[in-house]
Ligand binder design. Structure first.
Ligand code: FES
Length: 101
């Protein structure tokens, strides 16, 4: 099994590598991409976005998603870890400004 997966953030098309066992939110932040977030523990749903392709697992037993939402492809990136290369639909994503050197 690969130790990292490729994540594509649509509609911007940004790509980054997400190590297995690391949340998509944390991996995005490390890559300089800010996704919507608040609680970071799978309860507030601020980070909710859509999984266009690929598979994720959750680091908690009961992420704050209904069965219908899961069936529709909704995920919570703060507690979702990649199991394959994934494409997510996160139109509110922004690039984190770099500190001036
Ligand atoms: S940041 Fe609260 S559910 Fe993801």
């Amino acid at each position: 099994m690969p130790t990292a997966f490729q994540v594509t953030v649509q509609p911007a098309g940004w790509r980054f590598s997400a190590p297995s066992g690391v949340s998509l939110l944390t991996a995005a932040q490390a890559a300089g991409i800010r996704l919507a977030r608040s609680c970071r523990n799978g309860t507030c749903r601020a980070c909710l976005c859509h999984l266009r392709s690929g598979q994720v697992r959750y680091s908690i037993d009961w992420p704050g998603l209904s069965a219908d939402e899961k069936a529709e492809g909704c995920i919570l990136p703060c507690v979702a870890q990649p199991l394959s290369d994934v494409v997510i639909d996160a139109p509110g994503a922004t690039l984190i400004p770099k500190d001036p050197a």
